[in-house]
Design a protein around this ligand. Structure first.
Ligand SMILES: CC(=O)N[C@H]1[C@@H](OP(=O)(O)OP(=O)(O)OC[C@H]2O[C@@H](n3ccc(=O)[nH]c3=O)[C@H](O)[C@@H]2O)O[C@H](CO)[C@@H](O)[C@@H]1O[C@H](C)C(=O)N[C@@H](C)C(=O)N[C@H](CCC(=O)O)C(=O)O
Ligand SMILES: Nc1ncnc2c1ncn2[C@@H]1O[C@H](COP(=O)(O)OP(=O)(O)OP(=O)(O)O)[C@@H](O)[C@H]1O
Length: 562
């Protein structure tokens, strides 16, 4: 897949000899005077003067596309012995290394003039909170008068150039091109997400972050990493001298505490007391005096040496206090004085950044919130963040991703039932998997949780996501909250290999435009066994209300808890 980040490229690059690059990589030096002015690892992005990095993929060897890259103007190829074997007779020099994935970043950094070294770089890793914290960092850096660039799940930004992202962390060659473009666009600092996939696949090789941050770690991506220990160990690589100069680690969970112990670079710890570990008074920075403010919270951060600062985040939920505090501490640890940070935050009115698809509030009555929570913990946290400020019922519309981490599906179903009053299970991104089977696994967990939840919870299944959102919003009263969870900013839903446009925010806005206060509900009829699973008087269930004109859904199920 061509990463769109590849299209953000620096305007002018000093040519580098392919033979010099080979020598720098410790590879046999080809006898050539060919020069390169760019690096790509996907033939579809190749252009004149590029070094084409032919990577051994899980599906195909990139060397199969080298001829096309050369036809587009590539002047040299970097690959492994298996790739070289596919390239006999090619018209351009071939540089052969044992592991081209780990060579791609350093080679691209060399071609583009080590752009990371010309930026103040912040790299964020962790299971949840990377995107949010990156935006908070970007917001603070701008408040400080800096020109920041951003790389992450939602978008890539260099100066005025903004492109939607395909990957959270781009491929190494694309990433170095983006950083070089930032330098030429006058950007002076970088806030970026570093996924565990990126670390494992050497996408960030060639970058030593000035400050690396760790948010938290919970079960996710085990389909890729195999087990939690490997996932943790992969993240831990970011906190070694090859990849960062110093670390700020949130120690709100056991993994954070372990990461702080394991880090091989100087570590600053931050405890906010919003995770699974209580506030740790021994941490370097602690958060205190958290209080509701506007849509989010005000909080104070204090260093053991007495430095202190009070500010706020507009994003709801305790974990967003942790994200905001992490952003502030990372900037402080980069060398900016606390007075400058305090003044910048005061003049900006705190960390007010809206993060696309992250607790994004679309309306207040009914309150409709779109969030990216797509694992069990994130779903639990998003629901518990919204519960205290929900005056009526809390609904959640969500599903689980197909072809990914099937183990989490029942847990997500159970978390939804424990946290919400109305649970609508729908499709997320089915990818190539049977959609009904994915929903069934979520519903299994949800049904099991219904038995112990001890209060009334409506559980429904609506296969079509747009319809599920429409129904949930239509059924909400003005005092209710509807959380649409799992896809956040995403706009493409892949079903059976076909991409469909689907933006939860567009669907929710359309539903809100059609919304009117639903009729009050009739008193429930005395319930027999059948009535307890169907709402009285409505053939297709309470979640559908008059005016939506929806057909009856055979998948509908309603349960009244004990
Ligand atoms: C599991 C995984 O990460 N796979 C990545 C891996 O794919 P692969 O090994 O299957 O590659 P392949 O398709 O066999 O292709 C091999 C080589 O041929 C090249 N190629 C391939 C086809 C073609 O027409 N032309 C061409 O040049 C490819 O660019 C690649 O260099 O290498 C490809 C390019 O080198 C990546 O695009 C691909 O990411 C896929 C798209 C992906 O979905 N990755 C996700 C899981 C990911 O990385 N996610 C994290 C965030 C996770 C999170 O926190 O949520 C991210 O950083 O985005
Ligand atoms: N610090 C946090 N702790 C736990 N959950 C969080 C935290 N921050 C955000 N979340 C939840 O996780 C979801 C994803 O948040 P965000 O996009 O900021 O994280 P991410 O690490 O970039 O995730 P991903 O890697 O999946 O893109 C949010 O929608 C929110 O529900």
């Amino acid at each position: 897949m061509t990463s769109p980040q590849a299209r953000i490229r620096p305007a002018a690059v000093t040519p580098h000899r392919a033979s010099d690059l080979a020598a720098a990589l410790g590879a046999p030096v080809p006898d050539t005077d060919a020069e390169v002015t760019g690096v790509v690892s996907d033939n579809r992005a190749a252009g004149p003067g590029d070094l084409f990095v032919a990577l051994p993929g899980a599906r195909v060897h990139g060397a199969r596309f080298a001829a096309d890259a050369v036809a587009r103007g590539a002047t040299a190829v970097l690959t492994d012995p298996a790739g070289a074997a596919l390239l006999t007779g090619t018209s351009v020099p071939v540089v052969v290394v044992a592991d081209p994935r780990s060579a791609a970043g350093p080679a691209a950094a060399q071609v583009y003039g080590a752009p990371a070294e010309r930026l103040l770089t912040f790299g964020l890793t962790g299971t949840n909170g990377k995107t949010t914290t990156t935006y908070q960092l970007d917001h603070l850096l701008r408040a400080l008068g800096r020109t920041s660039g951003l790389v992450g799940t939602v978008e890539t930004r260099s100066g005025d150039r903004v492109l939607p992202s395909v990957l959270t962390t781009p491929e190494a060659a694309d990433l170095q091109a983006v950083l070089a473009a930032m330098v030429s666009d006058g950007v002076d600092s970088l806030a970026m997400e570093v996924s565990s996939h990126a670390i494992a696949q050497h996408r960030v090789d060639g970058i030593v972050y000035d400050v690396a941050g760790f948010t938290n770690l919970t079960q996710d991506h085990l389909d890729f990493h195999g087990d939690l220990d490997t996932y943790f160990a992969t993240k831990a690589e970011l906190f070694t001298p090859a990849r960062s100069r110093r670390a700020v680690v949130v120690v709100d969970d056991e993994h954070g505490a372990a990461m702080a112990r394991r880090a091989e670079v100087p570590v600053t710890t931050l405890s906010t007391g919003t995770g699974t570990r209580p506030l740790d008074p021994a941490a370097d920075w602690t958060v205190s005096a958290v209080a509701p403010e506007g849509t989010g919270s005000a909080f104070t951060i204090t260093h053991r040496d007495g430095r202190t600062l009070r500010t706020s985040t507009a994003l709801p939920g305790g974990y967003n206090v942790a994200n905001a505090a992490l952003a502030v501490v990372m900037v402080l640890e980069s060398g900016t004085g606390i007075d400058a940070v305090d003044e910048a935050l005061r003049s900006a009115g705190g960390l007010g950044a809206t993060v696309p698809g992250r607790m994004e509030v679309l309306a207040s009555a009914p309150r409709v919130v779109v969030d990216f929570a797509h694992n069990t913990e994130a779903l639990e946290l998003a629901l518990s963040a919204l519960r205290p400020t929900t005056r009526g019922r809390l609904s959640v519309v969500f599903g689980a991703t197909g072809d990914r981490d099937p183990g989490k599906r029942p847990f997500m179903g159970a978390a939804a039932v424990r946290g919400a009053d109305v649970v609508v299970v729908t499709d997320d991104d089915p990818h190539g998997e049977d959609r009904a089977a994915v929903r069934a696994a979520v519903l299994d967990g949800a049904r099991e949780a219904l038995a112990d939840v001890g209060r009334e919870v409506e559980l429904t299944e609506v296969a079509d996501r747009a319809e599920a959102i429409a129904r949930a919003v239509a059924a909400a009263r003005g005092v209710d909250t509807v959380l649409v969870a799992g896809r956040g900013h995403e706009t493409i839903q892949e079903i059976a290999g076909v991409d469909h446009h689907l933006d939860d925010r567009e669907e929710a806005r359309a539903a809100l435009a059609a919304w009117s206060e639903p009729e009050p509900e009739p008193e429930p009829e005395p319930a027999g066994p059948a009535a307890s699973r169907r709402s009285a008087g409505r053939p297709d269930g309470r979640i559908d209300h008059e005016g939506t004109n929806r057909p009856a859904r055979p998948e509908y199920e309603r349960t009244e808890g004990a």
